[in-house]
Design a protein around this ligand. Structure first.
Ligand SMILES: C[S@@+](CC[C@H](N)C(=O)[O-])C[C@H]1O[C@@H](n2cnc3c(N)ncnc32)[C@H](O)[C@@H]1O
Length: 255
């Protein structure tokens, strides 16, 4: 007998290119069933048919499954650790990648610390969702996203905008936004730093392992991987990544 959830996941893949098979099923199924019920569909197959016809319903689903929650300097102590580490080890030119950047709070936080320590950084910021990237490129945020931004940083790196605060042009210029699916697209190479936070937790172990192996290949020897503060990762040693600070890994020189 066919599994209605798997059929639905395949339907979403055909409609959006997003392959939910790589995301932890219990959480994803709960999330999708909740949305389906809220919209008044009794099963996945009638919901799937409606998604093919109704772009706004599909948009709602993409927003719900991608979970684009973020904020500047999320887990501020970890960002302070990262800044302290980069001050010691990093040199210009510095190549970084923020993978799963949502609305841009993360790559801009990185651009700000690089500016503060005088690092000439080229920051690639990617996400699965084009619309999130459009918001990110505009760089305008409500006060809620700026909770962890100090008054000094606000004055130095932001300007008032009618609907909130806009990241200054000098910071926006350091970040390039591109669409990229971590489960389908080739990875960049020769990176000094990868920031990938609060994304891996949603994935199956197999998908996580594939991404971590890809990150390891993308880093230069000595480069760093900065992950989220809830992320417990296994098998890092076998990918040549060793823990050097809480939630910060370094690629060893070996193969
Ligand atoms: C919870 S947000 C994390 C944002 C930011 N990294 C942070 O920690 O604040 C997760 C982001 O990962 C993106 N994402 C999910 N799956 C992805 C994939 N396969 N490839 C690239 N981005 C993905 C989502 O679109 C979403 O913007």
């Amino acid at each position: 007998m066919l599994d209605p959830y798997l059929e639905f996941v395949e339907h979403i893949r055909r409609l959006t290119g997003i392959d939910l098979i790589h995301y932890k099923r219990p959480q994803m199924e709960r999330r999708l069933a909740h949305l389906r019920d809220r919209r008044g569909f009794s099963d996945f197959s009638s919901y799937a048919a409606a998604l093919s016809r109704d772009a706004s319903l599909l948009r709602e689903l993409v927003d719900r499954v991608t979970i684009q929650v973020s904020e500047f300097f999320r887990n501020p102590d970890r960002w302070a650790d990262l800044k302290a580490k980069l001050e010691v080890v990093a040199a210009s030119p510095f190549r970084a990648w923020s993978a799963g950047c949502a609305h841009g709070e993360e790559p801009y936080s990185l651009a700000i610390i690089c500016a503060e320590i005088g690092l000439e950084a080229d920051i690639l910021a990617t996400d699965l969702d084009e619309r999130a990237l459009q918001v990110a490129a505009r760089g305008v945020y409500s006060p809620h996203a700026l909770t962890n931004v100090s008054r000094d940083r606000l004055q130095r790196f932001f300007e008032p905008a009618p609907d909130g605060w806009r990241v200054s042009l000098a910071i926006r210029r350091r970040v390039r936004f591109e669409r990229h699916d971590l489960l389908a697209d080739p990875y960049p190479r020769d990176l000094d730093l990868i920031v990938c936070r609060n994304l891996l937790i949603y994935l199956t172990d197999a998908a996580k392992q594939r991404i971590i192996a890809g990150f390891s290949q993308a880093l230069k020897p000595g480069g760093h991987l900065f992950v989220g503060s809830t992320e417990q990762l296994v098998g890092m040693d076998s990918c040549g990544l060793r823990l050097v600070a809480p939630f910060l890994y370094q690629k060893t020189d070996g193969p």
